[in-house]
Structure formats: C-alpha cells, structure tokens
Design a protein around this ligand. Structure first.
Ligand SMILES: [Zn+2]
Ligand SMILES: [Zn+2]
Ligand SMILES: [Zn+2]
Length: 138
C-alpha cells in the first residue's frame, strides 16, 4: 500500500486518503482528502467574500453581474413561456381573459418563473402597467 505525507497536516496516510489526480507524478492529490476539503471550503468563502466586496465597490463589475443575471432570467422566462404554451396545447391550462380589465386577449404573466404554470392572465396594457407601475399616469 502506497503512502504519502500530506504537507498540510503532516500526517502520513495511505493513498486511499488522497483524491486521485491526473496532474501529479504520484497520481494522487498533493494534500489529503481532509485538507483538500478544508482548503476548498476556505477558498469558496474567500471567493464569495471577494465577490461581495467587489460587487459593492466596483460599478463595472456590478453591471456585468446584472447583465449575466438578466440573461439567466431571460432563459428562465423563455422556459416558463414554453411551459405555458405546452400546457395550453395539452389543455392543462386554459387561457383566461385579463384579470384586471376583462380584455379577452390576455397573455400569461409570471410572478415567479420557477413556477411556470402559476400564471396571471393580463392583457398587454395591463401587463405593461403591472411591470411599470410608476408609468401608470403617462
Ligand atoms: Zn492533510
Ligand atoms: Zn387588461
Ligand atoms: Zn409579466
């Protein structure tokens, strides 16, 4: 049984206690599994701390994150709308008139894209108002 000494905790352990690695000569990780896990956890914390600080202080970075989130949202939105279209086709969902004004041509609005079939039926103008409440009096 091959053994190696972990340079982090200085304990000699059999290779079973190391993750296998394709980059080292020994074929196993430099640090033992315990140390590797600790290291990774610490790194994750450090990274999230770093990102939070950067998000708060760097407007350019913040803008980038927001665009990324927006893309993610669009993806979710499309998936939710696909689910609605499919449910309508399969008659699992019935098209309703606008909940605000009764207009027959209503679209499915999602309060939460994670619940794709949880929809509110709104006509275009009411939908617009719903998303832009501050522009109600223009
Ligand atoms: Zn170790
Ligand atoms: Zn309406
Ligand atoms: Zn909407």
């Amino acid at each position: 049984m091959k053994e190696r000494t972990c340079p982090r905790c200085s304990v000699t352990k059999s290779h079973n206690f190391f993750y296998s690695s394709g980059v080292t000569k020994t074929g196993v990780d430099v640090y033992c599994k315990v140390c590797r896990r600790q290291y990774q956890q610490g790194r994750r914390l450090k990274i999230s701390h770093y990102m939070n600080t950067r998000y708060a202080n760097d407007p350019e970075y913040r803008a980038r994150v927001l665009t990324k989130n927006k893309k993610h949202r669009t993806k979710k939105k499309n998936a939710a709308n696909d689910a609605v279209a499919y449910a309508l086709k399969k008659e699992r969902l019935v098209r309703q008139p606008c909940e605000q004004c009764g207009e027959k041509k209503a679209i499915a609005h999602h309060e939460d894209y994670d619940k794709p079939l949880d929809v509110v039926w709104l006509c275009r103008p009411c939908h617009y108002t719903h998303h832009n409440p501050e522009k109600i009096h223009v």
